[in-house]
Design a binder for this molecule. Structure first.
Ligand SMILES: [Zn+2]
Length: 66
């Protein structure tokens, strides 16, 4: 039975550690940032966190980066 019903999405992406495309787990994390120059608000930024299944390298990338 290969029923997978996790919250993880799986994708194949280039891993800089492996220097090749490897399977990655992808999760979305909301991280609260407080910017010292701009203390009028906290921004809660969604990050897309990918974890290489081969070397376990984790990469967090801000989703709102234009
Ligand atoms: Zn890797």
């Amino acid at each position: 039975m290969a029923t997978q019903n996790s919250t993880f999405a799986e994708t194949t992406e280039l891993c800089e550690e492996c220097e090749k495309s490897t399977p990655h787990d992808v999760t979305i994390e909301i991280q609260t940032e407080s910017k010292k120059q701009n203390n009028t608000e906290f921004s809660r930024e969604p990050y897309r966190v990918t974890e290489c299944m081969e070397c376990n390298e984790m990469t967090a990338k801000r989703m709102n980066d234009a």
